[in-house]
Design a binder for this molecule. Structure first.
Ligand SMILES: [Zn+2]
Length: 435
């Protein structure tokens, strides 16, 4: 029998952690922590099930941020991930500790730096099936197209197959190739549903979106503007960097300086060093990194007056961030603009700026504010097509809000045949694929 239980928040984006058992072989998939709300994966069910391995799909904190806390309750258990994910998790956890320390002091740290350094990694390249422990289930990691190193996880034991999508982007974008899923069928698919409720992505071509951004950027720059793109350091920064680099090479973008902030530079270097050839064109990413300038606190405090593009964290204009400071200082020249290229949480300064800009468009606006719906999560029609190809007997929807999971569940039942679709709630254990 196959069992599934969420150890985090299955119904929201906050924290991904899942317990999957095939017979008595139990594995924890991801160990996320809500970067805002805190908390940690539930370790009790994993202990009671005798979990002997943790597999990490990728480095974002909502999948990795609770790892040191989870491991306190699972002594001797190793963490399987790609080499790039290991390197990025190291950067993400160190940065998380740095931010916790600056906000709440040493007493507010969720785990220690020694715990971060002591994570017992078991690196695994893409595409190689091997047991997670002697006599344990085989595990194969496959590129997920979401972030460098990000993997879908195939677990196989005694003829039973479970595939966990992690966070996934199925189509190619910028320099990164789309996800590769295993050949079907599988017994159980655990799949993310982040964009399950987003009709705006239906039929939206990546190339159309990229061209719209480059056209808007070129227009602002030719009017003498400086354009801020608030970006997350992990993923979005690399995507935008390559788009801008390509735009300059192809002549769709003027030859203006591109500035990239510090953490994003470190992450980009780790992506170049750790990317698997199957993940995309890391040489293009390396060339893009060489072509940009460091965005330091000094530059952000006194931005150049000539046209330029700033790729600056945080992606939501968090208080005290470089992007927040730049947004304060831009608006003194014609053409100055802020272009959002990702998700904005309500109650963040970025969300507020975008909302207030809608009320002040026109000649009185300090600068242009626009949004472009770039996402690292699969559009729902892509999920439906991929599920149809994989032919799972049962589907477990995770990592999406209630409306997203509801819409996707309906479509999967309607468009993929007699698939059984589950939307687990916290604390619920699903018994799956009974024969
Ligand atoms: Zn992610």
């Amino acid at each position: 029998m196959i069992r599934y239980r969420s150890l985090g928040a299955a119904g929201v984006m906050g924290a991904s952690a899942h317990l999957v058992s095939i017979g008595d072989a139990a594995v924890v998939l991801d160990a996320g922590r809500d970067p805002r709300g805190g908390g940690a994966p539930e370790v009790g069910p994993a202990q009671r099930a005798g979990a002997r391995a943790v597999v990490l799909s990728h480095a974002h904190l909502d999948h990795s941020g609770g790892l040191p806390i989870l491991l306190r309750g699972l002594p001797g258990v190793r963490v399987t991930a790609t080499p790039a994910t290991r390197a990025l998790v190291d950067l993400a956890l160190a940065d998380h500790l740095r931010r916790c320390r600056s906000q709440a002091g040493a007493s507010g740290l969720p785990f220690s730096d020694a715990e971060r350094r002591a994570i017992p990694w078991a690196e695994r390249a893409f595409g190689r099936a091997a047991p997670l422990w002697p006599g344990g289930p085989d595990c194969t990691l496959l590129p997920a197209g979401h972030l460098t190193g990000a993997a879908g996880v195939l677990i196989e034991m005694a003829g039973r197959r479970v595939f966990y999508s992690g966070d996934v982007h199925l189509a190619s974008r910028a320099w990164q190739a789309g996800a590769r899923w295993p050949a079907g069928p599988v017994d159980v698919l655990v799949v993310e549903s982040t964009q399950g409720g987003n009709a705006a992505l239906d039929g939206l071509e990546q190339a159309t979106l990229e061209a719209a951004l480059l056209t808007a950027l070129a227009d602002a720059l030719r009017r003498g503007g400086r354009v801020l793109l608030p970006v997350f350091a992990f993923g979005k920064a690399q995507e935008m960097l390559v788009l801008l680099h390509r735009g300059r090479i192809q002549g769709t973008l003027p030859q203006v300086p591109i500035y990239l902030s510090g953490l994003a530079r470190a992450v980009t270097r780790a992506c170049v060093a750790g990317a698997d050839p199957g993940e995309g064109d890391a040489d293009l990413l390396a060339a893009a990194l060489r072509s940009c300038r460091p965005l330091t606190a000094a530059v952000a405090a006194q931005p150049p007056v000539e046209p330029a593009v700033f790729l600056a964290g945080s992606g939501m204009l968090g208080d005290g961030s470089l992007s927040n400071g730049l947004a304060e200082r831009l608006g003194t020249r014609a053409g100055d603009a802020v272009f959002f290229v990702g998700y904005l949480d309500p109650e963040t300064p970025g969300f507020e700026l975008r909302a207030s800009a809608r009320d002040t468009e026109g000649p009185d606006a300090r600068f242009t504010v626009r949004s472009f719906p770039f996402t690292a999560h699969a559009a729902r029609q892509d999920v439906v097509a991929a599920v149809r190809a994989l032919a799972p007997r049962e589907v477990v929807l995770v990592h999406g809000d209630g409306a997203a999971r509801e819409h996707l569940a309906e479509r999967l039942v309607r468009e993929t045949g007699a698939v059984r679709v589950h939307r687990p709630v916290p604390g619920e254990t699903l018994a799956l694929a009974e024969r």
